[in-house]
Design a protein around this ligand. Structure first.
Ligand SMILES: NC(=O)c1ccc[n+]([C@@H]2O[C@H](COP(=O)([O-])OP(=O)(O)OC[C@H]3O[C@@H](n4cnc5c(N)ncnc54)[C@H](OP(=O)(O)O)[C@@H]3O)[C@@H](O)[C@H]2O)c1
Length: 330
């Protein structure tokens, strides 16, 4: 019997250039794994845009189907933890990096990468969060250990992006006074609607300043862009403040002295969602589905189909998207 066919976004390497197109693939072309999942929804993350454009730090071998997020229904399981028909979420691990990912209508993965969505969270909502929202959740959780909501202003960079917009919404839901930093002058109303009480322009925030410390303004911050903006965030955070760092869309380099750390006791926390332990994942998804779920969750989502993804990838790399792109794979 011929293997089942499905549609997937396939990125191919041709003379050191990368072309992507929606193609027909078959189940037997998928990698080995204990769970075969019919993907219902995926979502677009920055790493997918890198994988789709040939970034070898993300994906070594092509042809490849990106998509670090998938939510769907188990079609076949060789693991007793899951049965046919179970709803599952897979984010991170190697999905979409060097394992064919969620931009295909089917994925096959180790059962250890999957979890069942907590009550109160649909498959689509799981993908509105996706890796970006989950990363925002880790950032807010880690910041919240040291910085309570009444400690003062908390600043978020890349605020209209996936991780940024989710961070604004999650912090606001918990009662933090959120200052959003954005390069999009047209999106101030969007950010206020998510819960930001003040907006600062990216231009202002990314001004290089050689001084080792700047006037203390923040109780804490969530940085999603790296570079000068992360430097400025750390240098302008007040005593015992906490800054989290997860991304490098502006730059991977930071140039700092030790003074913010030894004179103000600043803590810099690195965020890695890919290898976040499964026990901690389950706890965080419970929170995201429950008391942390932003009232504006659905408004953060723009739904697309597979054929529309190509243009979204270019827009993401140009920093033009806002909120989250969810891909309907059905
Ligand atoms: N460590 C982890 O586990 C983890 C997980 C998820 C994501 N990430 C990383 O986090 C970063 C953000 O991911 P995302 O999904 O939120 O991406 P995104 O949706 O594309 O958002 C990035 C936002 O950053 C701002 N921006 C774009 N170009 C910029 C530039 N040159 N300088 C300063 N700001 C710029 C824009 O927001 P404004 O226009 O509002 O300024 C943009 O919307 C990426 O580097 C991604 O790889 C890491």
């Amino acid at each position: 019997m011929a293997a089942k066919e499905f549609k997937a976004l396939v990125v191919e390497e041709q003379d050191q250039a990368y072309a992507r197109a929606v193609k027909t693939r078959t189940i037997d072309q998928l990698p080995a794994g204990t769970l075969l999942i019919r993907v219902a929804y995926s979502s677009l993350n920055y790493k997918d845009a890198l994988s789709a454009t040939g970034n070898k730090g993300v994906t070594k071998n092509y042809p490849h189907t990106p998509g670090i997020d998938a939510a769907g229904i188990v079609e076949h399981s060789d693991d007793p933890a899951f049965g046919t028909g179970d709803h599952v979420i897979v984010t991170g691990y190697d999905l979409g990096m060097n394992t064919d990912g969620g931009f295909g209508q089917y994925i096959r993965v180790p059962a250890q990468w999957a979890l069942k969505p907590p009550q109160g969270l649909t498959l689509k909502q799981a993908m509105i969060f996706g890796t970006a929202g989950f990363t925002a959740g880790i950032s807010v959780a880690k910041l919240g250990v040291h910085v309570p909501p009444d400690a003062g202003d908390v600043v978020v960079t890349g605020a209209t992006g996936g991780v940024g917009s989710m961070s604004v919404a999650l912090l606001a839901k918990q009662g933090y006074r959120v200052v959003a930093v954005t390069g999009k002058s047209t999106e101030h109303a969007f950010l206020k609607h998510l819960g930001a009480y003040r907006i600062v322009s990216r231009e202002e925030f990314q001004n290089p300043d050689k001084r080792p410390l700047l006037q203390a303004q923040w109780a804490g911050g969530i940085d999603t862009v790296g570079g000068t903006m992360l430097e400025n965030m750390i240098k302008s955070t007040g005593p015992l403040g906490v800054v989290t760092c997860c991304g490098n869309v502006a730059s991977a380099d930071i140039n700092l002295t030790v003074y913010p750390f030894i004179l103000r006791g600043i803590t810099l926390i690195g965020i890695d969602s890919q290898h976040y332990p499964m026990a901690d994942r389950l706890c965080l998804w419970q929170k995201l589905a429950g008391e942390w779920k932003p009232d504006v969750l659905d408004e953060l989502c723009t739904e697309k189909i597979l054929d529309e993804l190509d243009a979204c990838i270019d827009r993401m790399l140009a920093g033009q998207l806002k909120g989250r792109i969810v891909v309907n794979m059905l």
